[in-house]
Design a protein around this ligand. Sequence first.
Ligand SMILES: *[C@@H]1O[C@H](CO)[C@@H](O)[C@H](O)[C@H]1NC(C)=O
Ligand SMILES: *[C@@H]1O[C@H](CO)[C@@H](O)[C@H](O)[C@H]1NC(C)=O
Ligand SMILES: *[C@@H]1O[C@H](CO)[C@@H](O)[C@H](O)[C@H]1NC(C)=O
Length: 388
Amino acid sequence: MAWFMRVWIFLLLLLEEAAGGSISSSSSSRRCYKRVYSFGDSLADTGNTLYGSSTLPQASEIIPSLNLPYGETYFHHPTGRWSDGRLIIDFIAEQMGIPLVKPYLGIKSGKIKDWNPTMEGVNFAVGGATALDSSFFIDKGIFASNNYTLSVQLDWFMNLLPSLSNSSSGLKEILGSSLFLVGEIGGNDFNHPLKEHKSIKEIRKYVPLVINEISSAINKLIEVGAQTLVVPGNFPIGCNFKYLTMFQTSNKSEYDEAGCLKSLNKFAQYYNDMLYAELNRLRLLHPTTTIIYADYYNSALRLYRSPTQFGITEPISSACCPLTDVNNPTDLHCGSPGVIACVDPSQYIPWDGWHLTEAAYKLIAQGLFNGPFTNPKLDLSCVHNSEI
Ligand SMILES: *[C@@H]1O[C@H](CO)[C@@H](O)[C@H](O)[C@H]1NC(C)=O
Ligand SMILES: *[C@@H]1O[C@H](CO)[C@@H](O)[C@H](O)[C@H]1NC(C)=O
Ligand SMILES: *[C@@H]1O[C@H](CO)[C@@H](O)[C@H](O)[C@H]1NC(C)=O
């Protein structure tokens, strides 16, 4: 029976490798990824807002991120990114040793000319995007900033497939060696209503709908050939500068030790738990696919808890370039002509109040590929390539 046992153990090992950690969370995803396909909102938008609004007559007046000081730190010009510099997705691309992921709307409009379909991935993320259809919000009288929802972004991807390869084996090879970054998406499904002072009790009702939308997108991506997907959860939004000013209260017991709003962080954790449970369900349905949870919540929370440990000197209650100043209401905000940012954004976590600085995004990204904040572990180092 010895040969039988050996075959059995061998099969078990194969299964474990294929499951990429759904059996043991200590195993890691060890493929050498060649490109990234990204879906999401302003946390990952590398220029779709810019190219998508280029036909609007007064785009730069309406959209702050099309003006300096957005982009001042690394690019030295606005790129449409909602930060002073690079985003988490940019640091992931750098870590992989691939070019920064180009925005779909720039490629589609022909304005980005040096995109190579079989070599490079594409970024479909658009600032303001929601997971749910915009009609869901319109019906409730909630303002949704655009119609570039997750399902629209998925349609863009599906329409692009023929330009990648016309053979199913070619497509399988391309998609199989790609990393799919599905999110962060869904945050705006809660931000848009919260901005209009809808209650946490109300937005909790949207959680299953949002997760269902994300789950369905993941299923569709796996169906066409995605093999490794990274699915980020929500940030600790109770630490968000904008919410700290919007929901400011003299009641000390509403805040945690870091000065964050407990109720909003509790909501974000609840959402992330639900998302994680759904990913576990998907892992069982797709045992040969690697579905990685990216814990943006805890990777960001450690910065809010001990900023100085990460070289950040400014308190979370101050943003480098606020979009609006609650104490001094005026039309001038970050991105308005003449508005200048703080001298050194690298000393801040909040950039414009909704979004974070490049410095914060870099630390959060490092927490994903160097730290413990992905499950199973996201290994972008490529050193194990020969073993696969
Ligand atoms: C989204 O689409 C709907 C229906 O086509 C349209 O009425 C609405 O104005 C659009 N919203 C935005 C923000 O573009
Ligand atoms: C697949 O076929 C279409 C239509 O014939 C063509 O436009 C496209 O370039 C082809 N894609 C590849 C990767 O060859
Ligand atoms: C202060 O906040 C706590 C926690 O949310 C709540 O239980 C308590 O009733 C609040 N106190 C006042 C005076 O509003």
